[in-house]
Design a binder for this molecule. Structure first.
Ligand code: ADQ
Length: 487
């Protein structure tokens, strides 16, 4: 029997909601993370600890440990931690979304933001308190499960929990994994020293600190040099800190291709495919799929399309750019303003080039996953041009479902670039002329080259199943053996 696992993440694998009949319904989250970790939990025992994000989650949280059966084919236990809504908001929106996300994605507009004041201080205190609650819950569950437990802590929300857990249980085996980029030292110095030191010290409480791409791992190592007394070995990716050796690892997460294909065969996706086919008629389809998110670079994508239409009169009337933007963080003013600006820019492109029978851009800000999966099947080229992205799963999902050999235009600053670069059209996300040229190259590309690139992309995605991501973390913790079926 493999060692039990305790997973901790802000968002849990199952979202609870109040159903029409008044009872609580449960729905499993999508994505490789849930697949890889829930499979492992079912195989080895253990549980998943997460924040209660909704009122229904909080009701479930009050029951203590619950089973995931019913919402997930894998049987494992969940424990949702309930927090007082106001302090949860300070931790989640005030600190993790507004400070850490902006920090690690280089999103601040430095002449104006950030401003650190009493309010950020309160948000930090809430962040510390939530991390402490997680660390205490992990320690308690670890004691219950017995010796040899592997603690797998996910993402920037829980940057402090590794050191807190290590202090509570010095022998605990802890891996932390960041799903996003990491700020280098010059940007880290924007944070007041007490926050910066606590964040780095918090992560270094883990035995293994993981990232999707080499650049994020290297930036973390360089930032660790800001810690007085830390000894950083860049070549071996090791940090010596507080008498321990912490290993920094690059471990890109794979895609659960079979689960994605199964989702894409659902009747609502088939219906959405018919609708999209009718909508696009015989025009060529350029697609982007993103959370409506500052780092996804939607605005420059539209500007690049505008340049493309300016340069290429022969494509006017024959191509449509569909942007499927899943609403995100709408309470944060920067997000509302950015999405508004993206929509205005799309309208300007339409006013400039559109005709009575042809509108070049269609930007849809809606949560419609079935439409997304349908659009993956139909695109003629896919634009993934984030300014910075930890991995970017869209770049992997699109090629696996596409049926038209559509080329992938990909930022060299997305984590996925590491695995896919050979077969993608690379762009500097800030260079709109280069992005416009990449759109032209993708749409003009001969059929044999399109097919060869499609084969290359699919093989690259297949080479890295989600089980590998998990197994590497466990073996880095000294726990051998496969915990999940091969992806
Ligand atoms: P995100 O920033 O959300 O993830 P991404 O990796 O592109 O970025 O994942 C988005 C996911 O949402 C895709 O799997 C996509 O299919 C899905 N999706 C799109 N529309 C949806 C909808 N309406 N409903 C539900 N799902 C939808 C963060 C990091 C990334 C990193 C991932 C995983 O920012 O860099 O790749 O975590 O580690």
């Amino acid at each position: 029997m493999p060692a039990p696992i305790v997973v901790a993440s802000n968002r849990g694998p199952i979202a609870f909601a109040r159903g029409a009949g008044g009872g609580i319904t449960a729905k499993r989250g999508a994505g490789g993370l849930v697949t890889a970790l829930s499979g492992a939990l079912a195989a080895s025992g253990g549980l998943w600890i997460a924040s209660a994000m909704t009122e229904a989650d909080r009701e479930v949280a009050a029951r203590g440990r619950v089973g995931a059966e019913g919402a997930d084919a894998s049987a494992y236990e969940l424990r949702y931690l309930g927090f007082e809504p106001e302090s949860f908001d300070r931790y989640y929106n005030g600190w993790t979304n507004r400070v850490l996300w902006f920090l690690h994605h280089y999103l601040w507009n430095l002449p104006q933001t950030p401003v650190f004041d009493a309010e950020t201080g309160e948000a930090w205190d809430a962040f510390v308190a939530v991390n402490r609650t997680f660390a205490e819950a992990m320690a308690e569950e670890g004691d219950r499960l017995g010796p040899g437990v592997a603690f797998l802590i996910q993402d920037y929300h829980l940057s402090l929990a590794p050191a807190m857990l290590k202090e509570l249980r010095p022998g605990a085996r802890i891996a932390h994994f960041s799903h996003i980029p990491f700020a280098g030292p010059s940007y880290m110095r924007i944070l007041p020293e007490r926050f910066r030191t606590a964040l780095l010290d918090g992560l270094l409480g883990a035995d293994v600190v993981g990232f999707h791409a080499p650049e994020w791992a290297d930036r973390f190592l360089l930032s660790c040099r800001l810690l007085p007394g830390a000894r950083v070995d860049l070549r071996r990716r090791i940090v010596r800190w507080r008498g321990r050796e912490v290993r920094v690892r690059v471990n890109p997460m794979g895609l659960d291709v079979e689960a994605l294909r199964e989702e894409a065969s659902r009747p609502d996706v088939v219906r959405a495919t018919d609708e999209l086919r009718e909508w696009k008629g015989d025009t060529t389809l350029l697609l982007r799929v993103d959370r409506a998110e500052l780092s996804k670079n939607v605005l420059r994508g539209f500007l690049a399309f505008d340049r493309f239409l300016e340069a290429r009169a022969d494509w006017r009337g024959r191509v449509r750019f569909l942007a499927l933007l899943n609403p995100s963080r709408e309470d944060i003013p920067e997000y509302a303003a950015y999405v508004g600006e993206c929509i205005r820019t799309a309208e300007l492109v339409n006013e400039r080039w559109g005709t009575d029978s042809w509108q070049p851009v269609d930007a849809r800000v809606r949560d419609e996953y079935a439409q997304t999966l349908a659009a993956y099947g139909l695109y003629d080229a896919l634009v993934v041009n984030p300014t910075l992205d930890g991995m970017n799963l869209v770049a992997k999902e699109g090629p696996m479902l596409n049926t038209r050999d559509g080329p992938l235009i990909l930022s060299e600053t997305a984590g996925a670039f590491q695995e896919l670069q050979r077969w993608a059209l690379a762009v500097n996300p800030f260079d709109v002329d280069q992005t416009a040229s990449a759109i032209a190259s993708a749409l003009d590309m001969p059929a044999d080259e399109r097919a060869a690139r499609r084969r290359g992309l699919r093989a690259a995605v297949r080479r890295n199943p989600p089980s590998r991501w998990l197994d590497s973390q466990l073996s880095d913790l000294g726990l051998a053996g496969r915990h999940t079926p091969a992806g």
